[in-house]
Write a protein that binds this ligand. Structure first.
Ligand code: PDD
Length: 284
């Protein structure tokens, strides 16, 4: 695989980053995942806009223009002959040359790495036909989940706990006034459908502002579906007609079970499948 490191395109075995890099020592960096379908980047503009917001929130200088990002991502997709898959990119605060909690001087160059992953048949993921079984896990992440940082240990732990409980993924939950409320999935946004209404948590610092979420809600409204942006409880989710998640890599993926409670007839719901179809049609 050819990968990108700080402006160079290299075979992956030759690509290196310092052990003093703030991303490695402090998880001081941000990332984006952009899907590739039929060789084309999906929602590129949205992902680059969010990258800019994440960098601003942490005070890391934007290392490249959107035009440069686009050219670099296209080059990696072409050089690695990616038809379906993704581009992963990460920007860290760089290498101060030593370990220190205080940030290095502002002129320290950020570290930029980028690589592709090939996922043939990404849009035809058979999981869309069976749906996901979700387990809920306490959301003990920090309070700035809107910044897409590389600090992903807790989502990884939550996913492992879900797997240990025979689930496909976890929804993260916290205490609300009327019971446990869902924030989002380990690496996706969470939705339920009840009485024809699509319900998903409103945007705030509590969740990542999903680029797929924005696109899917726009398509839902254009298709005259009712959308409610509000918190929902785990009990409400278990009693929902259907549920689903969205992310750049999963698109729209139905959920059929929450903490052992089957939703509806236990099959992927019509709203989730329709939105998946619309998303894939519109973004290709
Ligand atoms: N995850 N919420 C969290 C916590 C996420 O990590 C993600 C994305 C999303 C969905 O955002 P988007 O639609 O922009 O992908 C929501 C990526 C795919 C990942 O970590 O691999």
């Amino acid at each position: 695989r050819t990968v990108f490191v700080n402006g160079s395109y290299l075979p992956e075995a030759q690509a290196t980053v310092s052990i003093f890099d703030r991303g490695f020592l402090m998880a001081d960096g941000v990332y984006e995942v952009v899907s590739v379908l039929d060789g084309r980047l999906l929602d590129f503009d949205g992902h680059m806009a969010r990258l800019g917001r994440s960098l601003d929130a942490l005070g890391i200088a934007q290392p490249m223009t959107d035009t440069e990002w686009l050219a670099a991502q296209r080059r990696l997709v072409a050089d690695n002959a990616i038809t379906d898959g993704l581009v992963y990119l990460q920007v860290t605060r760089g290498n101060p040359g030593d370990r220190d909690f205080a940030y290095p001087p502002a002129d320290t160059p950020p570290t930029v790495v980028m690589f592709t992953q090939s996922k043939p048949g990404l849009a035809d993921n058979p999981q869309a036909q069976t749906g996901l079984r979700i387990c809920t896990v306490p959301d003990i992440r920090w309070a700035r989940r809107d910044i897409k940082t590389v600090q992903l240990l807790y989502p990884s732990m939550a996913k492992m706990e879900a797997k240990a409980r025979d689930c496909d993924d976890a929804w993260l939950v916290e205490d609300g006034p009327t019971g446990k409320v869902v924030t989002e999935g380990t690496s996706n946004n969470a939705y339920i459908v009840k009485g024809g209404s699509i319900v998903t948590r409103a945007l705030s610092n509590d969740i990542l502002h999903g680029i797929t979420r924005a696109a899917v809600l726009r398509f839902a409204r254009e298709a005259q579906m009712n959308v409610e942006e509000r918190s929902f409880t785990v009990d409400e989710a278990k009693a929902a007609d259907e549920a689903f998640i969205t992310s750049a890599s999963a698109f729209v993926m139905p959920v059929v079970e929450i903490d052992g409670a089957r939703l509806g007839d236990g099959q992927p719901g019509p709203v989730a499948l329709r939105l998946r179809e619309i998303y894939l049609e519109e973004s290709r």
